[in-house]
Design a binder for this molecule. Structure first.
Ligand code: AMP
Length: 398
């Protein structure tokens, strides 16, 4: 596969699928530009080579064709700012004569942002005709949208077939994501600890199953831990529980035992008398929570227990918070785990944090620069670690 960094883009029209699906307020101001900033290194490298950049993305979930609310034109001024004032043009339609003409007339060092891909239903359907029309815009195709790599949409996967092997590649963001994920999944140094948290067991069954093949230790925290506790005969009071997953939890524990993988459940919990930031709180063993109370965070003993496992690990994957970290009373566990992951990283472990809420937690607690890699992909990251082949990655590699 072509290496992006070694490619010379001078004079080339580089068509890049980016993920500019940023949140906008009612005045169409960007409230979080993380996704835009993530694509800047790729764009800058092409411009520095003397190339021309054509950007395509989706924004939100427009249902009825073009609407002001979902127009990418609102992003133009901020994009120009992020690119140090490089000229950024806008095409009102992502395909069609105006887009083709503007693309053909682009000069080296200029950027063209195309209107929202999802104004066409064909995008999400993965329509070949639509993908082919998009492909006409560029000399080379670059996928730099890890966040949508698990979708077989026209611009994320189908389009790649219209470029020769030497005309398609990953951008720097995608390259970083793929390299980090592969390092964890296929080249992990042992001990390899996976920390899985969050609300629901049902969302994480496949990832746990796949990790049973690779990890030495699996730490389970967050709301999902209580389904495991109940499955083993514990009293969990009003804690979150998926009663229809008790068998699944028992099976996962059995499989782990058979494979020699250590599953760690929190020995104690911070319990609350209601799901509320001002609830009364106490501490209880996670398998003996009094009636009327619920576990909303891992306790101090569990923090210690989990931190010891994390600190001796060489590879760490973290997906999902240990408690209701959005409320101050229940964020201590997630913070303690972030600290342990940072300490292990400092001692040479490779740590990857991914999935919406754990990324938010790591950012909130100021640990972003203290872990090896923070993934930008929520669903894509989860599917990758479930062992699925992501269409956006496969199409570029083909
Ligand atoms: P997920 O999207 O599945 O990773 O879940 C993240 C959400 O799980 C966050 O909003 C947390 O507040 C929530 N969560 C974590 N621990 C608990 C818990 N013990 N009880 C209820 N919700 C929890």
């Amino acid at each position: 596969m072509i290496n992006f960094s070694q490619y010379n883009f001078a004079g080339k029209k580089a068509l890049i699928r980016v993920d500019f699906n940023v949140p906008l307020n009612e005045k169409f101001e960007i409230t979080d530009d993380t996704r835009m900033r993530a694509a800047v290194p790729t764009i800058k490298k092409i411009l520095a080579d003397g190339g021309k950049v054509i950007l395509m993305s989706h924004l939100g979930r427009p249902k009825d064709g073009p609407t002001e609310k979902y127009s990418l034109k609102h992003l133009v001024p901020h994009l120009a700012e992020l690119l140090d004032g490089a000229p950024v043009l806008f095409a009102n339609d992502c395909i069609g004569e105006q887009a083709y003409l503007t693309a053909d007339m682009l000069r080296s060092g200029e950027v063209l942002l195309l209107e929202n891909l999802r104004f066409y239903k064909e995008e999400e359907k993965g329509d070949e005709g639509f993908a082919q029309k998009l492909a006409r815009l560029g000399d080379v195709y670059i996928n730099d949208a890890f966040g949508t790599a698990h979708r077989a949409h026209a611009s994320t996967a189908v389009i790649a077939q219209y470029f020769p092997k030497e005309g398609k590649m990953f951008g720097l963001l995608m390259e970083g994501e793929v390299t980090s994920a592969e390092k964890v999944l296929h080249q992990s140094e042992k001990p390899f600890t996976a920390i899985i948290g969050g609300a629901k067991v049902s969302d994480k069954i496949l990832i746990i199953e796949n990790l049973l093949e690779r990890a030495t230790d699996i730490i389970i925290g967050g709301g999902m831990a209580y389904t495991f506790m109940k499955a083993q005969g514990g009293n969990i009071g009003n804690s979150l529980c998926e009663d229809d997953r008790l068998d699944t939890a028992r099976e996962l524990i059995k499989k782990a035992e058979a494979k020699g993988v250590c599953i760690h459940l929190p020995s104690d919990s911070v319990i609350a008398d209601k799901f509320d930031a001002n609830a009364n709180i106490s501490i209880a063993p996670s398998n003996n929570i009094p009636a009327g109370w619920m576990g909303l965070d891992i306790g101090n003993e569990a923090c210690e227990q989990f931190s010891n496992v994390i600190r001796r690990s060489r590879t760490i994957l973290w997906n999902g918070p240990m408690g209701v970290f959005e409320m101050a009373k229940f964020q201590h566990g997630t913070k303690a785990i972030a600290e342990a992951v940072a300490a292990a990283t400092q001692s040479g472990a490779f740590s990857l944090v991914g999935g919406g809420d754990s990324v938010a937690a790591v950012n909130q607690f100021g640990f972003t620069d203290k872990v090896s890699y923070v993934s930008t992909g929520g669903g894509a990251m989860l599917e990758y670690f479930e062992g699925k082949e992501l269409p956006g990655i496969a199409a570029v590699k083909a």
